[in-house]
Ligand binder design. Sequence first.
Ligand SMILES: [Mg+2]
Length: 362
Amino acid sequence: MPRSKPSQTMITSVSAEPLNIPLYEPFTISTGRVTALRNVLIRVTLADGTVGLGEAAPFFPSGGETQETALAAIHGMIPLVQGQDAAHWRALAMHLTDSFELQETARTGMEMAVLDALTRSWEIPMYQFFGGAETRIETDISIPIEAPKHMAELAQRYAGSGAGVLKLKVGSQVDDDIDRVLAVAEAAPDCDLILDGNQGFTPTEALDLIEGLADEDVHPILFEQPVHRHDLEGLRFVTERAGVAVAADESVHTAADALRVAKMGAANVVNIKIMKYGIVEALNIATVCRAANIGLMVGAMIESRLGIAASAHFVAGFGGFRYVDLDTPMLLAEDPFAGGFEQDGMVYDLEQVRAGHGVTLK
Ligand SMILES: [Mg+2]
């Protein structure tokens, strides 16, 4: 284990500022429409001078946070964080959860910056800190809800640039969704498809969609959160009948939720997002899932290279994630950051990272 004197990894200062990046094109899901990333950049400085970077990615429709509330929450955390030793990161994260439970993305950004500073100070890459299971991961790429023709064009373009898995947002009208999915399947016949309902269906509508696609010989590899997050019975109803793997996303907010999903047999897979509950709780959820033989998926909010790199290190370090949905940097028209991973097609390679998550400001 790397060692350092506690005083060297003492947190001496924390700062936060807006992080605004335009998207190439507006992105629509069933809960909202986004034209720009409006996140928060967090810097944590240690006594030895090491600086760690973190990103908070508030998204009002899912967590009720905005850029403004996230900035305010991070400023409110400063008295709890300054003077603490980054080496005690689990205790620090739990302390933040006690006071800022609902400010999830703000807490995640702080945890990310603290762990980046710590692992940079210790001179180990973050993926090794999390276990060092793998050094490469391959992401899917998402296609927004648009007219079928436009979705087919995007699918063809992504398949041409090496995408093996396309993720589609569904959850509006079953017939329209079938048209869109068929258009994509026809345009990119060699790609696997993940459907994300974002809670948009009733259980029977969800099955109608899967059966309608099966009639055309289209079989998605995964169906994410078809029904409302609190309807675990409905989720199990779909899981038992769909004939394709079903993932819980919005239904899982804590390790206890993951345990409930596992006990009920409500889903085959859990989509884990560090931005939804923090890195420590994400580790707890991943551990519950592994113990319960629930498949691991990773997703993200609309995050820049910074947040996505942290998730990539988490996933590669823990290992065994079957579904990877970390494509949002490819939606951004600008990249203020460098490093974190080397990208080849849809593969993120972490092997060159020497310390922390490796992301720096350009
Ligand atoms: Mg989802």
